[in-house]
Design a binder for this molecule. Structure first.
Ligand SMILES: NC(=O)c1ccc[n+]([C@@H]2O[C@H](COP(=O)([O-])OP(=O)(O)OC[C@H]3O[C@@H](n4cnc5c(N)ncnc54)[C@H](OP(=O)(O)O)[C@@H]3O)[C@@H](O)[C@H]2O)c1
Length: 357
């Protein structure tokens, strides 16, 4: 008779979870808005509804759009607001520890786009998108990064919205050493473009040039006259600008665009902690008209029919070592609040992930 493991004998676990205590209309959310509490989760099979699983959380992805779900009002990202007292959710990777669905076995590792930011949870199995193939040999955080939303956002921006990108095009990427930026730049390099990035520290400028293959990069805190910086780095103008930050940088870019330039608007993080009337305006939209520029916002979820094409291409780049990732991995679910806040500073490099277990 096989031995029953310690894990299988447990009938209940304590789980720490982050919940929305109050909305944060502006500013970086604090402990007034997000609070940690401990609850008990039953592991007894007869307490778990059919077609449900109990998951132990392994990794949680920290994404800037989570911020926009905490304002208490609809905003430009159209992100549904968390309800008050609701456990906040994020993209994550979890391990099945109890299953009431024959398609999932205990020990399966799964990706969930709405994983509660909690150590354990009970979820309907239909909330999971993918079961991870343990033989694929891909590190788990990569499913939240190169093969997840940031990689897909970079791919949609460069391949679909700006595409077809011609070799030799002058490409500019802001927040270039972040999750989306690092992949966008590398994808544009694969296409033979000249790529320049802006980022928030000299260390990251070096990284962009030495590890991500950018042709050039600048620190926007020290080269804070953006117009002068863009004149220096783009003597022949900008053909593609993948915008991650909006505000003043977007305005400066519009003074340097070439005819038929393309501007995929991926995100505008410089404004996420401000109500819309306090954000910097863009005063030179007229430049889009005279130069036939295409500027287009996008959400990755609208391109889900292209996710298969994206995965095939990125997996191939990953296997061949043509695209690399950088991670900042924070240990412990208790770090969620401060990690979320750190997205709005220049302190992180690459993709920010919390390792829960
Ligand atoms: N459209 C979509 O479907 C989609 C999907 C994923 C992400 N996004 C967007 O893409 C952008 C990047 O996301 P990510 O996940 O890759 O995050 P990330 O770049 O890894 O992290 C955010 C970075 O933004 C920079 N930043 C923070 N505050 C800023 C400010 N006030 N001004 C200028 N830069 C600032 C910081 O880097 P530095 O200051 O060092 O540059 C920070 O590390 C975000 O705007 C996000 O909302 C969109």
């Amino acid at each position: 008779m096989s031995e029953i493991s310690e894990e299988m004998r447990r009938t209940e676990v304590e789980s720490r979870e982050w919940y929305m205590a109050a909305y944060a209309p502006e500013g970086v959310p604090t402990s007034d808005h997000l609070k940690l509490r401990t609850v008990k989760i039953s592991l007894a099979l007869d307490s778990i509804p059919d077609q449900h699983l109990v998951l132990e959380t392994l990794f949680i992805s920290l994404d800037p759009f989570l911020r926009s779900r905490m304002t208490g009002r609809e905003d430009g990202l159209c992100s549904p607001q968390y309800n008050l007292n609701e456990v906040v959710s994020a993209f994550g990777v979890g391990k099945v520890i109890r299953s009431k669905d024959s398609n999932f076995g205990e020990g399966d590792v799964v990706i969930c786009p709405f994983l509660p930011v909690a150590e354990y949870c009970v979820l309907p199995s239909q909330a999971l998108t993918t079961k991870i193939d343990p033989d694929a040999g891909v590190p788990l955080p990569e499913y939240l990064s190169m093969l997840g939303v940031p990689g897909f956002a970079a791919w949609v921006g460069i391949e679909v919205i700006a595409g077809p990108v011609k070799a030799g095009s002058n490409v500019f990427i802001s927040a270039a050493a972040g999750a989306v930026g690092m992949y966008a730049g590398q994808l544009a390099k694969i296409k033979g473009c000249r790529v320049v990035g802006s980022t928030g520290s000299d260390e990251k400028v070096k990284l962009l040039k030495e590890e991500f293959g950018y042709d050039d990069a600048f620190n926007y805190h020290t080269e804070s006259d953006f117009d002068a910086a863009l004149s220096k780095y783009f003597p022949n103008g900008i053909d593609v600008y993948l915008d991650n930050v909006g505000g003043e940088m977007l305005e400066a870019v519009l003074n340097h665009v070439n005819h038929h330039a393309k501007i995929p608007l991926c995100g505008m993080i410089s404004g996420y902690n401000k109500v819309w009337s306090e954000r910097e305006g863009v005063r030179n939209l007229l430049n889009l008209i005279g130069k036939d520029v295409k500027m287009q916002g996008y959400m990755v979820f609208s391109y889900i029919d292209r996710f298969g094409d994206f995965t095939k291409e990125m997996e191939s780049h990953l296997k061949q070592g043509k695209i690399v990732s950088k991670f900042k991995i924070i240990n412990g679910i208790e770090k969620f609040l401060e990690s979320l806040g750190s997205l709005f500073t220049s302190s992180n490099i690459g993709k920010l992930v919390i390792q829960v277990k």
